[in-house]
Design a protein. Structure first.
Length: 74
């Protein structure tokens, strides 16, 4: 038998999709019906301390760049 084996990299999108689905349902159940996830994700291998610090800085500062008034139609 020569079965094709799925590449291991396929597991991450399945995990991310499952997480987004489950948390979306919980968030919507709490009444936040306008909540939406970003459509995809960006994965990156952190190879050193500088890379880690840059990613941490991005995560910390990224919400400041969002335009809440435009996104929420306020």
């Amino acid at each position: 038998m020569n079965k094709k084996i799925k590449p291991q990299h396929q597991k991450i999108p399945i995990i991310i999709g499952s997480f987004k689905s489950a948390t979306s349902k919980l968030i919507h159940n709490y009444g936040l019906h306008d909540f939406q996830w970003q459509k995809s994700f960006y994965d990156h291998i952190i190879r050193n301390e500088t890379s880690l610090q840059n990613i941490q800085r991005y995560i910390k500062n990224n919400p400041k760049n969002w335009n809440f008034k435009q996104d929420r139609n306020i």
